[in-house]
Design a protein around this ligand. Sequence first.
Ligand code: ATP
Ligand code: MG
Length: 424
Amino acid sequence: MRLKKKRGMFMPSSAPLFNVGGKILQTIKDNGYEAFFVGGCVRDFLLQRKINDIDICTSAPPELVMTLFSRTIPTGLQHGTVTVLLEEEMFEVTTYRTESGYQDHRRPDAVRFVSDLREDLLRRDFTINAMAMDEQYNIMDYFQGQEDLSNCVIRAVGNPLQRFEEDALRILRAVRFSCQLGFDIEEQTLLAMQGTVQGLQYVSFERKVNEWMKCFRSPHVTKGLSYLQDLRVFEDIAPFSTFETGYQQLFHYPLTDLDETERWLLLFRLTPQPKPIILDFLKKSNMDKHTKQILTTEYELACDQPGLQDVNHIPHKALLELGVPAIVRLLKLNQLLELGEWDHRLGDRVKHRHKALPIHRKKDLAIDGHDVVQAINKPAGPWIQCMLEDALEKVLNRVLPNEKDALLDEIKRQLRTEKRDAHE
Ligand code: ATP
Ligand code: MG
């Protein structure tokens, strides 16, 4: 592949991170051991992709690595991993090792520290992930990883069947990298994946969903879906079997025009599963809290308002409480499911309606519970919340101005009416 690795010719945006990491490599080398950047960071450097974290491999034993740096965390000493903190950055430094056993199809029974870089690279999953690099940006590539990168191919290191039998999660990792990079899976590798797919039953739900999350937010998501369909993963493997029908239908939709949240919501809506099953899936999945919350709220909203398509029919209160992005997503998906397309001016239209609201946040209402308690001589109780909700509704619908006196007068009036009705 045409490598832009010569210093001065190409300055990657991740250069500062590599510069800090380079100091770690240098310190280890000064102490008589080898050390390299390794794995995903080398792959992403060569692809000029954004680099999130840098892994380092070394011939130095973990106990020694712990002594070479002032700030370290013994992340996984049995597996040889020490986290080194340097200049506000974190680096995982792992001693060269081989793995053996894999009786449970997901974890090695034993790891053995070795002194040879090649042996360490040999245990890694794909050729594009099995390269190392020194601080001069020189690449150590024993398995034609650079060639596979330039041919946009994902290929297992070594015997593919054996590699997937060892760890079935690699099947989903291959699919995930194909989604992220837009790469094809090499023929023998794909055949081996097909032959070992049953092993996925030994992989935990969380790890599978985790890979899925990454696929779902990837630019080439449809590519991954095709592989999963080929692999018949949907049919056999929980949690995918839950959503099988939904997955099959996703192919009919322009997924690349949808963001990650929209893709999940679309999947849930295409799945003929009862609402509690979807909510339970969300509860159990290890999505981050924020994503989980958004998906849960918006899925429930979609269940309540499956037919709503017109911006003008959105209740003011829903617009205020849920905000513009959630409403745009609801309308977009409703239109997509109903009409096969959506109005691309939706975003502007919803924003315009939101802007025209008399208030833009619930807390901008001119009264709160405290004001109500002070103004009205009645023991506090759930009635206060009801009155506040009612006041909000009236302000949003411009029945009343957002003024303290007007709102409190209205509450007093309502309470008087209620009292009179109760007496009659
Ligand atoms: P990203 O961090 O973008 O998800 P990555 O390639 O860095 O991608 P990690 O899961 O961080 O992936 O793993 C770091 C490296 O460890 C990989 O590049 C690969 O060399 C190796 N690796 C990770 N998981 C496995 C696995 N299941 N089998 C074999 N090697 C693995
Ligand atoms: Mg990584």
